[in-house]
Design a binder for this molecule. Structure first.
Ligand SMILES: Nc1ncnc2c1ncn2[C@@H]1O[C@H](COP(=O)(O)OP(=O)(O)OP(=O)(O)O)[C@@H](O)[C@H]1O
Length: 802
């Protein structure tokens, strides 16, 4: 008996497929059972799993296990499957005359079986000319042979991927990428998966490689490790490149075990090949993912194009001043000097940058710019009108909503504005924007890749105003675009400093500004009308928070207005634990209530959840907070899947179980995720265990989220440390790209003094040598960059100026 025969299996005919997800090939269907070794005698059974192609009425053999689904009862979770070969003359004739083979009727099918016998399929797979006797013509015969062979190979591939330990989702992704060539590709070079298939990392590819016999310092293994390490470090640091020396050191330490002496040379060769293949770019000893390197260049070139294509304004400065006086009177405000200058510059420059802390008047200025722009350009301020050509956008749904509410004009997410889907398809998107004035808010949250797509979509002659707070946390994705643009000093910029929000009892804004200046003010831990501090250690944080939240109603706060913000997910005072604790305080389980689980998280009606991806088709975006208003169990609906109905600020979205990975509880969210949102009451626990995360911009971002009440909880020293420790800038080269594109002489970079001893003495000598090779001779720094300057990044048919 073979091992596979011992596994639980079902042999049966597929009756009806009632769920198919084209993205990951996941299917649910019923089969009429012909044979099984499971002892099942319950008639038809529901089978679930990821399958290439399943044809109704065809017979298959599924291996897997019977699972007891809490809602659907017993079903068979298939891990592998095989289409049964049609058996015997009758089945074979039915197979060849089926819809799969147009052009073959019953007569021709009988002829095939009569001529080739009952092993006709094998004969056709072995010899593509086996069907020549039918005289169907070359093309038709070839189609039939291909169809048979594809069916056969799809099953083989998915079966083998499963044997290699890939789960259904990854198997489906791999198959979608390579098709029937999958096994050949993997045998040739499993590390190619790290480049080609999202979700496959070096470790995974390495396990597979080991099975195939690729180990040690095989060039393919070196390649996989190099790519993975670049991605890993970029994700860790937010920098747009990796220091070559560090890359070599870290990859070296992974591969050092059972490698040969000339590992360094092999790493350099590997790097060189990746550069040659257009996967990585090396410049000045720094290693970039090609996409990020290209994005920085592309941004710089687009900014140059926008600057050059701006032909000035059609109205007189004097008219603008008159208009501003009118707007001041309409809005009942008197702009201060820097505000007025900001409005003037934004109306007259192609690209204008506006940064300022809370309450300095950014929104006020956006309103003035829009009103003045429309008036001066004779444009009706009616979004429905054909002549209206102003686009307002922000990186998150909440920020866009805030922008829309404060300006009274339509504002949307940048994704929506560009028609991006938030999926891998975006890589190929080339959107185009037809507005004349583009204003982006919360610009500090925009990362390099998104800004590249946004700015490439801008048409010549468009004016752009980028607004944000440069002192907040930088974007989650790589880069610090807003800070780089400001620091380049190439574009007119206004840094707003005067705080205008006048609220007698309010001390939060002043506290935020003090934190931003690095000042630990007297009284920071004293209680004020709108803020307080509770000293406790991390163990006590959950308990203290529970008490504050239970009493928040007494202070006039609806639970929806209370937001806990924390820096980290793990730990007693981490986001995961706090969500669990708070959920049980504000929305506990009782015997009559419905509850569904996803992993460790339980969801009940009324729970506060946050959406984690962008789904423009449902108009819900990453970071949006909603409330569960319905739980529909599988047994209660015809789709036979559990569903959650969530209200995202009036937009009701129904999520099937498979989409629950896109949400999580939101009683406590990360400070990073809270950017772009404000809350009536913020509770901020900071403890010393989180020291790795505690930086000034983190605390500043958290504090500036609070509108009416801020409660700080935890270790005093954790708050003090956050104020003291200024965050280090991210390493990027956008500024340099801008200088090059605008032909501005770069300020002299600091040249290390030869006589001064370097403090980097911890690097092993051999790695230094390797890096020297990388920088000086082994790799031409311009390899992979030849195509970069300038034509690749020029749009709109510009000519290259020599
Ligand atoms: N020149 C001014 N004179 C009087 N009040 C002003 C002036 N500028 C702004 N304000 C008021 O100050 C408050 C804060 O302004 P605004 O909302 O524009 O700032 P902001 O920078 O967008 O703040 P935040 O980032 O916190 O939303 C508002 O109430 C606004 O009306």
């Amino acid at each position: 008996m073979t091992e596979s025969n011992e596994k639980p299996y079902f042999l049966g005919t597929v009756k009806a497929i009632f769920f198919e997800n084209p993205e990951n090939l996941y299917k649910i269907f019923t089969i009429k059972v012909k044979k099984t070794n499971t002892g099942w005698d319950g008639g038809d059974i529901v089978v679930t799993g990821s399958f290439g192609e399943i044809v109704e009425e065809e017979e298959y053999r599924f291996e897997g296990e019977i699972v007891d689904h809490p809602k659907y009862g017993q079903q068979f979770k298939a891990t592998t499957y095989k289409r049964s070969r049609p058996n015997g003359r009758k089945q074979l004739v039915a197979f060849f005359s089926s819809e799969e083979f147009p052009g073959i009727g019953k007569k021709k099918a009988e002829k095939i079986v009569d001529t080739l016998g009952e092993d006709a399929i094998d004969k056709i797979l072995q010899d593509p000319h086996a069907l020549d006797f039918l005289k169907l013509g070359e093309e038709k015969t070839q189609n039939i042979v291909e169809q048979i062979s594809n069916n056969h190979q799809t099953e083989q591939v998915l079966y083998q991927l499963n044997n290699y330990g890939f789960g259904p989702t990854l198997s489906a992704r791999i198959f979608q990428r390579y098709g029937v060539q999958t096994l050949d590709k993997l045998n040739e070079d499993p590390y190619q998966l790290v480049i080609d298939v999202k979700g496959v990392g070096f470790k995974r590819a390495d396990e597979l490689a080991k099975r195939i016999g690729i180990t040690g310092d095989d060039p393919r293994r070196i390649k996989g490790a190099l790519i993975q390490m670049v991605t890993l470090i970029v994700n860790e640091t937010g920098d747009t490149y990796v220091d070559g020396q560090e890359l070599i050191r870290r990859v070296g330490s992974i591969l050092r075990a059972n490698s040969t002496d000339d590992l360094q040379q092999k790493l350099v060769d590997g790097l060189r090949n990746l550069v040659k293949d257009g996967v990585l770019v090396v410049e000045d000893g720094n290693v970039y993912e090609k996409d990020l390197a290209d994005s920085e260049w592309s941004i710089a070139q687009s900014l140059k194009m926008i600057t050059d294509s701006f032909k000035g304004v059609a109205w007189k400065k004097k008219d603008m001043r008159t208009e501003l006086r009118q707007i001041e009177s309409d809005f009942n405000v008197k702009y201060d000097d820097s505000q007025e200058k900001a409005i003037e510059q934004s109306l007259t420059a192609p690209i204008f940058l506006l940064t300022g802390g809370p309450g300095t008047g950014k929104t006020t200025i956006i309103n003035a710019i829009v009103a003045a722009y429309a008036k001066l350009n004779d444009m009706p301020l009616e979004p429905e009108s054909k002549e209206y050509a102003i686009a307002l956008a922000a990186p998150t749904g909440r920020a866009a909503k805030h922008m829309g509410e404060s300006t009274g004009l339509p504002a949307m997410t940048i994704h929506r504005l560009l028609g991006l889907t938030g999926t891998e398809d975006d890589e190929f998107a080339e959107p185009s924007l037809d507005c004349k004035l583009l204003i982006i808010d919360e610009m500090s949250m925009v990362d390099t890749k998104l800004f590249k797509v946004l700015i490439s979509a801008v048409q010549p002659g468009t004016q752009i105003v980028l607004v944000g707070d440069r002192d907040q946390l930088p974007s989650v994705g790589a880069g610090q675009v807003f800070a780089d643009l400001i620091n380049s000093e190439v574009f007119p910029t206004m840094i707003l400093k005067n705080i205008h929000r006048q609220d007698e009892d309010s001390t939060i804004i002043q506290l935020a500004h003090d934190i931003n200046e690095g000042v630990i003010v007297d009284g920071i831990f004293e209680n004020r009308a709108d803020r307080s501090f509770i000293n406790c250690n991390s163990r006590d944080v959950p308990n203290v928070l529970s008490q504050i939240i239970s009493k928040s109603g007494d202070r006039g706060f609806d639970i929806a207005d209370v937001q806990v913000l924390a820096p980290m997910y793990r730990g007693t005072a981490g986001i995961d634990n706090l969500n669990y604790v708070i959920q049980n305080v504000v929305n506990p389980m009782t015997p009559q209530r419905k509850e569904v689980s996803m992993g460790n998280i339980k969801y009940r009606i009324k729970d506060k959840v946050v959406y984690l991806v962008n789904t423009p088709e449902d108009n819900v975006f990453n970071g949006e907070i909603g409330q569960i208003i319905g739980i529909i169990l599988a047994k209660e609906n015809t789709d036979k899947v559990d569903k959650l109905v969530i209200n995202f600020d009036g937009n009701e979205v129904t999520l099937d179980r498979k989409d629950w990975l896109n949400i999580t509880l939101a009683y406590c969210t990360s400070i990073h995720k809270s950017q772009g949102s404000e809350f009536e009451m913020v509770i901020l626990p900071l403890v010393n265990e989180e020291s790795r995360m505690l930086r000034r911009n983190l605390l500043y971002t958290a504090v500036t989220r609070a509108k009416r009440l801020l409660i700080m909880v935890g270790d005093r020293s954790a708050f003090e440390r956050s104020i003291r420790d200024q965050s280090s800038e991210r390493q990027t080269t956008l500024k340099e790209r801008i200088f090059t594109s605008f032909k501005i002489k770069q300020p002299d970079s600091e040249t290390p003094d030869e006589d001064v001893e370097s403090d980097e003495t911890t690097e092993p000598k051999d790695y230094r040598l390797t890096l020297d090779m990388v920088m000086n001779n082994a790799i031409d720094p311009m390899i992979g960059m030849d195509s970069v300057i300038p034509t690749d990044f020029m749009k709109h048919g510009e000519e290259v100026k020599k």
